[in-house]
Design a protein. Structure first.
Ligand SMILES: [Fe+2]
Ligand SMILES: [Fe+2]
Length: 230
């Protein structure tokens, strides 16, 4: 049941990502027609539709829900800043976390078909993460990107989902690994580690302060590398 639900959840995330990348491709090309990023986004939208089918296969059938991608950026931002907000949240944070999750799963003994699917997803998500960093690097040459600092906690809350909420014992069973699902304590530690080791240093390179983001994370995961148990 947990396995089915986890793959169904991923299927919805893939569908939403497909809509989001197709929309961002149009938005970015409107203000930066020479950017290579929109073509990468269109390719990524195709990848996500393929991932959707793979996730539905492992969920045991078609998954309902999500017919678009709501704009997640705050309304106070202009179109260019909003596209950057959304790209950083979806690619630099969420796709980077996805790579870490799938890589962590591939280090375990998953069933053969599950491994195949994880491999295919991992390969694509690496390039989806990169396209986010490519867009951020390009925008950093044009805009003051430091405004993103104060929004990082809301991006993290979106990316964390229910990872820091209380959980049932069965959600932490090592048996889940065979089916391509991380036990929740492992999911938390992977999430926290990836932010501290990859995402935060990456953002800081562009002069984006991660103080608020680090404070948000410390409240949820006080011990270094801790699982955030309550
Ligand atoms: Fe995907
Ligand atoms: Fe992706």
């Amino acid at each position: 049941m947990i396995v089915r639900e986890a793959w169904a959840f991923r299927a919805r995330v893939e569908r939403e990502a497909a809509f989001r990348f197709a929309r961002l491709a149009e938005e970015i090309s409107a203000f930066d027609p020479d950017s290579p990023v929109p073509a990468m986004m269109r390719k990524a939208a195709e990848d996500e539709r393929r991932h959707l089918a793979l996730c539905e296969e492992l969920a045991g059938g078609p998954v309902e829900g999500i017919a678009g991608s709501d704009r997640i950026a705050p309304r106070s931002l202009g179109p260019r800043e909003a596209a950057l907000y959304e790209t950083v949240a979806a690619c630099c944070i969420t796709e980077t976390e996805s790579v870490a999750t799938v890589t962590s799963l591939l280090s375990e003994d998953a069933l053969p078909r599950v491994r195949e699917v994880l491999h295919e997803i991992a390969r694509d998500e690496v390039s989806h993460s990169r396209m986010g960093w490519a867009h951020l690097a390009r925008e950093a040459g044009e805009l003051e990107v430091g405004f993103l600092s104060r929004w990082l906690p809301s991006m993290l809350a979106g990316a964390a989902g229910s990872a820091f909420e209380p959980f049932e014992a069965e959600m932490d069973s090592p048996e889940l690994l065979r089916h391509g699902v991380l036990p929740i304590s492992r999911k938390r530690s992977t999430f926290v580690h990836t932010l501290r080791e990859v995402v935060f240093p990456g953002l800081e390179q562009f002069g984006i302060s991660t103080d608020a983001a680090r404070a948000w994370l410390s409240e949820r995961s006080p011990a270094a590398g801790g699982a955030g148990l309550r």
